[in-house]
Design a protein around this ligand. Structure first.
Ligand SMILES: Nc1nc2c(c(=O)[nH]1)N[C@H]1C(S)=C(S)[C@@H](COP(=O)(O)O)O[C@H]1N2
Ligand SMILES: [Mo]
Length: 408
């Protein structure tokens, strides 16, 4: 069991078969294990500059730390800067509190030497410098970016953040470049690179992800050069990254170098080998195994923190994914109770913060679970739901999250 916890997030392209399945029972067992080793000491409440105070600390309020603290991050620099959920005190995540994922190197790019190429099956290939991109129409989007590996491991539970991203829309640029009729796939290539091996062929490869032309032309997609009012920070992709609202983190290619239009599907590591969800499905009498590329974000929520004041407790959390309508909270084995959605900050592609006044809280240990419900009535699946329990890879782990807390 302990070895499982140590498994690296980034174990390479051939590792799917080596990775043990994360099933609901595993999750429950790990959660039990973690309760013992919770490191509560030194939990610092960081009073960082708050960008928007959706849940400002109330006078005299204290945060009750979760008992089930995640174990240390073993990813060796692939995943960095994971915040503690208890720190959530603003709708926007400050840049220095925003998690980071980099699968290869982390290039430091000289903006003067940099230009973005748009090439491949286009009539008019383009090369755009940073000033040229900034001279184009500017658009902002508040978007919650979640790594699809978030909640795939006990240590990886806060790979998510919300920022106000600014840049220029991608679609008009592709239009100006003039995509040829047979162009059907748009490949986004980063400046970072590593070595990949497929069937004994070793090759250098840049980080890359693709979208269908239809998805790439979505007016929400930005060539982004600004994050929360600052120049896009180096670890988040300076000078320019793709921001694809509504998609998991992996689609949001950082350190963008080239955009290529192809007439065939792109089958690179992060499209077709890693970030592939394998699921066992029951269709009538037949068991079908599906393999799908991680793409659009799924419905999800978490309890973020419990605060106490004068013996009264409040649970605060976040919910995201397509069209969240409401959130329900369960304490121990009690009934599901509707949370209050925070209406002070709202944006189509951003998380929604919620809270619940904890009625009749009793001293002792408690389990808190949340579930998001979308406008169609779809409910965030329980960990035991076949959609989660019969998933054989760790990505897209949008099952309900339970946290544990002790009240005195
Ligand atoms: N070029 C490049 N882009 C990338 C990655 C990467 O390794 N290289 N990681 C992706 C993944 S897996 C995630 S979750 C997001 C994380 O974005 P952030 O580091 O700005 O939080 O970036 C995506 N874009
Ligand atoms: Mo990711």
């Amino acid at each position: 069991m302990l070895n499982e916890v140590q498994i690296k997030f980034d174990a390479g392209s051939t590792s799917i078969s080596r990775r043990p399945a994360m099933d609901a029972k595993d999750m429950a067992r790990r959660q039990l294990m973690r309760q013992g080793g919770a490191a509560l000491a030194g939990l610092a409440l960081l009073h960082s500059h708050l960008l928007a105070q959706a849940f400002p600390a109330r006078p005299g309020e204290e945060v009750i730390p979760w008992l089930d603290q995640p174990p240390p991050n073993p990813s060796g620099g692939v995943v960095e800067n994971l915040p503690q959920w208890e720190e959530l005190s603003s709708f926007l995540t400050p840049n220095d509190k925003f998690f980071r994922v980099a699968h290869y190197n982390k290039p430091v790019i000289d903006e003067k030497a940099w230009a973005l190429e748009i090439t491949g099956l286009v009539k008019q290939p383009k090369t755009l410098t940073l000033p040229a991109l900034k001279a184009r129409p500017r658009k902002e989007v508040v978007f919650t970016l979640e790594c699809s590996g978030n909640h795939g491991f006990p240590w990886f539970i806060s790979g998510i953040g919300t920022a106000r991203w600014a840049g220029t829309p991608l679609a008009p640029l592709l239009k100006e470049a003039g995509v040829l009729n047979r162009g059907m796939e748009v490949v986004f290539v980063g400046s970072d690179a590593g070595e990949e091996e497929v069937r004994q062929a070793k090759m250098p490869q840049h980080f890359a992800r693709s979208m269908s032309l239809v998805d790439a032309m979505n007016p929400n997609n930005l060539l982004c050069y600004e994050m929360n009012g600052a120049a896009l920070p180096q670890p988040h992709g300076f000078p320019v990254r793709l921001i694809a609202p509504g998609w998991y983190g992996i689609a949001n290619v950082k350190w963008l170098k080239r955009i290529e239009v192809w007439d065939t599907r792109f089958m690179g590591r992060f499209m077709a080998r890693d970030y592939v969800t394998i699921r066992e499905e029951q269709r009538n009498q037949e068991t079908v195994w599906t393999e799908t590329s991680v793409g659009r974000a799924l419905l999800k929520s978490v309890p973020a923190k419990v605060t106490g004041r004068n013996g009264k407790y409040r649970i605060v959390g976040a919910a995201w994914g397509p069209s969240v309508a409401r959130v329900e909270v369960q304490i121990d084995a009690g009934p599901w109770v509707a949370a209050t959605m925070d209406r002070s900050e709202q944006a189509d592609f951003a998380w929604k913060l919620w809270s619940l006044e904890w009625a009749n809280a009793t001293p002792g240990e408690h389990a808190i679970t949340s579930r998001a419900v979308d406008t169609q009535g779809n409910v965030q699946p329980a960990m035991e739901d076949p959609r989660i329990a019969k998933k054989r890879t760790y990505w897209e782990s949008n099952g309900q999250v339970t946290r544990r807390v002790r009240l005195t």
